[in-house]
Design a protein around this ligand. Sequence first.
Ligand SMILES: [Zn+2]
Length: 248
Amino acid sequence: MTRNNFIKLSSLAGISLAVFPHLSFTCFSEEFSRNQLLGKGNADIVGNSYTSKMHKLTKEAFDKMKAEAAKENIKIEVISAYRGFQRQKEIFERKYKSFTSQGLSPENALEKIIEYSTIPGTSRHHWGTDLDIIDANARRPTDVLLPENFHGNGAFCKLKMWLDDNSEKFGFFEAYTDNGHRKGFKYEPWHFSYAPVSIPMLESYQKNIDVKKMLSEEKILGSENFSEEFINRYINENILDINPALLP
Ligand SMILES: [Zn+2]
């Protein structure tokens, strides 16, 4: 084992012990390729649809969590799992076109997009570690991904309470928490991340991806309006101001 590998394995073991003291997770250690980090191809992704494609280790853990929730009559349904670069680009550009054609300035359109949507190449859904989930046994609201569905009299309150008590045991953590001091993406009580893989992926992303350079190389509609200030703020707030449990 090279010294480099040893350091990586030790730091991962440290994470596992700190976050999951009573459980043993597969220690995941590999260098991620640029394509894996940007959602442009990943041999570790299993599944065949946008609701079932995920990293193989995410899938193993998710299946266990789903089975456990089923015992409480909760049917966890995935609304969105792995999403590649191209798909994120389509979503981003559709919103950009729609907002600017409604009369928003490019700058205001970008601010509105990044309330909930990512810039292609920066989505946690590119990694196959992050899932948007609901309860298929609950009555189905017209818009499923709204915070109010998970609170008060919302349809997914039972799921929300169960996840609060149980998801971390399976390695899943809410990424965009309901913390008034958190900046970046708005509160998403449906978005969970499989920490044993997503923490090392974020670490690798920070080390290997120059976001400013990547965004200047990709041909994304509206990217001529990505100012230096906008990108720096996006990195600090949207990419990094997440649940601290998911930080490397
Ligand atoms: Zn999501």
